[in-house]
Design a protein around this ligand. Sequence first.
Ligand SMILES: Cc1ncc(COP(=O)(O)O)c(C=O)c1O
Length: 431
Amino acid sequence: MSKTEAAAQERERLESLAARVGTPFWVIDAGVLRRRIGEVKAVCGECGFQPRFAMKSLSTWRVLQEMRDQGIWIDAVSGNEVLRARRIGFPGGANPPVIMLTADVLRDNALEVILNERVLVNIGSPGMLRELEAAGYRGPVALRVNPGFGSGHSKGVDTGGPSSKHGVWFEDAGETAAEAARRGLKIIMLHAHIGSGPKLEELLANLNRLTQEFARMAKAFPDLEGFSLGGGIPFTYKEDAPPVEIAQLGPLFADARKRLCEAAGREVRVEIEPGRYFVAPAAHLVTRIRDIKSTRTNEKGTGKNFIMVDGGFVDLIRPAMYGSYHRISIVGRGATNPVEEFAVAGPVCESGDVFTRGSSDLIAPRPLPRPEIGDLLVLHDGGAYGYVMASNYNSVGRAPQVWLEEDGSAVLVSRRETLDDILKAEVEEKL
Ligand SMILES: Cc1ncc(COP(=O)(O)O)c(C=O)c1O
């Protein structure tokens, strides 16, 4: 198929979905998701690792079904995430711990869910031992450690070091182990997530250092059944950077497993729990171009061209939140027009509702073909931390999600939210 034919097919497919569900909408590409799951399973299979899916990155039921069918376990971060996974059929219980609840704070129904579903709780601060004991919990626990180092694509996602709120500081882990023993709670797993950085070399160095740290700590934890090296496997969002393949981590994983089994003095389970790597390239936000306008240069700065689309940071917040980069393509009559510099902005009543952000600039215009009003504009690779971070700000309903099968058939897996959906928790109850 030529490039022009492929573009025409893509346009027809997206326009036919838009005619049915309106814009903006999300497309989840089943083929891409299956390929990513396959890559993770292949490297884990070779190295004797158990993969989990950090479901907070994309918890749509159809995605969870796919993970379940492929034997991927779950890392949940709230009571409701555990219950979502249970509804999809992931088993409860901690033997084996198919669902693990990693918590910074046990809020809402988290304690109740741990007691009822008996899932493995991964404690993120020492006081949780007291809370668990007081609630009558006597099962196993995992211990999330802050190893003192880590990295992130922005400071907000760097999860190790003195400024990180996550986990128990590694030098205090022995004390936490002693306290767990006093409270009759067995620590069966050591866990750390050292952040979601963009660079593979940094991840390799950090994982190596983490393995060393875990191997050193293992003696203080006689009941250990496993270790988790967390998630954070990078996805390359920019088109000009070489893609990271999880297979590149194979030798490090194999070595880590060997060292951790040696340190524990027996066979132990070693886990990873990526979110982004599984789902980032598997979903795209499709928006409609509603207008094109320009500002002019004056004493405050240089004039800009704006493409105004109907999706905004209520749908995909990563650019506004972290200055993240998402590939953009124009699908429609303007796709082959000459390229100019454009900022892409949405409908939210905030000047920061701009998709073309720089790491420190509010607006970083991109070279794009001058589109025609009415063309579609696609924000690519938004599968991780995209839909799940959508909000109802401005009382806008969350956009629908479409599951696109490999044979081209499509299923609506969440509909557009209505005003009634948004208002359903509003009450007037006298207290
Ligand atoms: C405990 C834990 N595990 C796994 C992940 C997944 O990270 P990523 O999506 O970068 O793989 C996160 C993300 O912040 C996390 O906090």
